[in-house]
Design a protein around this ligand. Structure first.
Ligand code: DQA
Length: 143
């Protein structure tokens, strides 16, 4: 059975409240619940982790090495500047798919760059919560 980690970075705990015109009305709890149910329907297990702290996310990525078969990761604003998280993704032998709820290529200039993307096997952007499920499909197809 494939073990998948769903990782969410800063401010994503505020989904449902945070800028619903951009990110939608779903809470992170609802998204995580849907993700775990979808993983189970595909014969995989999923664990979810969210943090607003760069170091905690780095530690969680390191802990996934050897324990996890794939990671679905929305790095939030860390996407655009955290070389430490990019290096953490590159440090582990686990495929990572980067996900964004919004279309980062169609928003402010600073969001167009992802420093995490080069360390990932794919990036999905602008598909809302469906993007997390599509990322899971990519990981399971590859496995
Ligand atoms: C986001 C896009 C980022 O630019 C932003 O900082 C977020 C959410 C998204 O899911 O669309 O926190 O990753």
């Amino acid at each position: 059975m494939k073990r998948i980690l769903l990782l969410n970075g800063p401010n994503l705990n505020m989904l449902g409240v945070r800028e619903p015109g951009i990110y939608g009305h779903d809470t992170l709890d609802a998204i995580e619940e849907g993700f775990c149910a979808y993983a189970a329907s595909k014969g995989a297990t999923a664990e979810c982790f969210q943090s607003n702290h760069e170091g905690a996310l780095i530690d969680r990525l390191h802990a996934a090495h050897g324990c996890c078969d794939g990671i679905v990761y929305n790095p939030g604003a860390h996407t655009h500047y955290s070389y430490a998280l990019r290096d953490a993704v590159a440090s582990i032998d686990v495929p990572v798919v980067e996900v964004h709820l919004s279309d980062i290529s169609a928003r402010e200039e600073f969001r167009r760059i992802s420093v995490i993307e080069p360390a990932c096997i794919a990036q999905i952007s602008g598909r809302g919560r469906q993007g997390y499920l599509d990322a899971l499909d990519i990981l399971l197809e590859r496995a």
